[in-house]
Design a protein around this ligand. Structure first.
Ligand code: PDD
Length: 281
């Protein structure tokens, strides 16, 4: 495998960054994960637009021109022969002697791009069987709308899910409303057949898959409402599913040990998944 690190294409096994990189010391960086399907990058423009927003919210400069970054991404995909999979890109505020305040102007940022193939069998299994989730109390900072690499709360939540035999952890606010998954957005199909997901203004990441799924829903004639729902409404929903660039749209069939609907993946999420790639590319 080949990785791109600060201007060079290097063997993945030998790739590294400086021990005083601010990503390593402070999680002072941002990232994107993007799906590749039949050799095409899904929603690249939206991902790069979000990267631009994340960088500017943290007052970080682009590591290189946007067009140059696209060239690097395509090179990494080509050199790793990824036709179906994903790429990961991370930008940090660079390496400098440890100090909480920003390093001197002109300190070069660190940029890393990697790519890998997806396990089609595993994805098919999750789609046909559905996944299990747990709920956990929201304990993250209030800027989770920025896609930063500071993901410790998400890591701990996912690990708890794993230890409880589930695949995703869903953050729930003290007011009882559902926020999002540890690495996914959460949707329900309510009693009226309406698709519902939390508004992205506050307290969640505005997922790219979430945005594109709204376009897909419209072409399928489905009604989408950006309105918060509670854990109880989620448990009583006709369908629950999660979305992310890595998984597109996985049905959730049990939460906290309680079965959702009849315990089988629902038709709405299946229809959406099938229509997704016609629109997204
Ligand atoms: N996670 N919410 C959180 C907290 C996420 O980390 C992600 C994505 C999403 C979905 O966003 P998108 O549709 O743009 O992938 C929502 C990536 C895939 C990850 O951390 O691996």
């Amino acid at each position: 495998r080949i990785a791109y690190v600060n201007g060079a294409y290097v063997q993945h096994s030998e790739a590294g960054v400086h021990i005083e990189d601010r990503g390593f010391q402070f999680a002072d960086g941002v990232y994107e994960v993007c799906e590749v399907r039949h050799g095409l990058i899904v929603d690249l423009t939206r991902h790069l637009d979000r990267l631009d927003r994340s960088l500017s919210e943290l007052r970080m400069a682009w590591p290189m021109a946007r067009a140059a970054l696209v060239v690097v991404i395509r090179q990494v995909l080509r050199r790793n022969r990824v036709k179906n999979g994903l790429f990961y890109l991370q930008v940090t505020r660079g390496a400098a002697r440890r100090d909480h305040v920003f390093p001197a102007d002109g300190t070069p940022s660190t940029i890393v791009v990697t790519a890998k193939r997806t396990d089609a069998g595993l994805i098919a299994k999750k789609n046909s069987q559905g996944i299990k989730a747990i709920t956990v109390s929201e304990n993250r900072w209030d800027r989770v709308d920025i896609k930063t690499i500071g993901l410790l709360a998400n890591v701990l939540a996912r690990q708890t899910a794993r230890e409880e035999g589930a695949q995703e952890a869903i953050f729930v606010d003290p007011d009882g409303t559902v926020k999002e998954g540890a690495a996914t957005n959460v949707w329900i199909v309510d009693a009226e057949g309406c698709l519902r997901t939390r508004p992205a203004e506050h307290g969640i990441l505005r997922g790219i898959t979430r945005t594109t799924l709204m376009d897909v829903a419209e072409t399928l004639g489905l009604v989408v409402e950006e309105r918060a729902f509670t854990r109880d409404e989620m448990l009583a929903a006709r369908e629950v599913f999660i979305t992310a660039a890595t998984s597109i749209c996985f049905p959730v069939v049990a939460i906290d040990g309680k079965t959702i609907a009849n315990g089988h993946p629902g038709t709405v999420s299946q229809n959406i998944r099938e229509a997704f790639f016609d629109i997204a590319e």
